[in-house]
Design a protein around this ligand. Structure first.
Ligand SMILES: [Zn+2]
Length: 131
């Protein structure tokens, strides 16, 4: 019998109580942070469709999905640290650091992401890399 898998997003919860039901499309993220964590989990588990599905339909055309998918496939994700998250009405922000390795080189991605609630669902609407 296997022990419950700890969620890959680093929340400390079990996968089944965290990002699992979201990636299974059994339920939707209840907060910008939950959505951000599930998108990280989707990168780890190479579920690129989830990334597309959770990108704001109003801004999805701005994203280079092919480049993003290639980046995902060439990267090994190490861990995620959520530094701050907030939500107000239909807007949310999450600041995070994700560590990954690519071509054997460890890298850090520090980002301020914006989220928007649209028809009752949270979507990723954009992000800026933090210096
Ligand atoms: Zn999780």
């Amino acid at each position: 019998m296997m022990h419950a898998m700890t969620c890959v997003c680093g929340s400390g919860k079990s996968y089944d109580d965290c990002c699992g039901p979201l990636l299974a499309r059994a339920r939707q993220a209840q907060s910008p942070e939950a959505l951000m964590r599930s998108r990280y989990a989707a990168y780890v588990l190479k579920d690129f469709d989830y990334i597309v599905e959770t990108t704001d339909p109003d801004t999805t055309a701005l994203f280079d999905h092919d480049a993003n998918r290639a980046w995902m496939e060439q990267s090994t994700f190490v861990d995620l640290l959520v530094l701050a998250s907030s939500e107000k009405g239909s807007r949310g922000n999450v600041e995070f650091v994700a560590r990954f390795s690519r071509n054997g080189t460890d890298q850090t991605h520090h980002e301020h992401s914006q989220f928007r609630k649209h028809k009752g669902r949270w979507y990723f609407s954009g992000g800026e890399t933090a210096g």
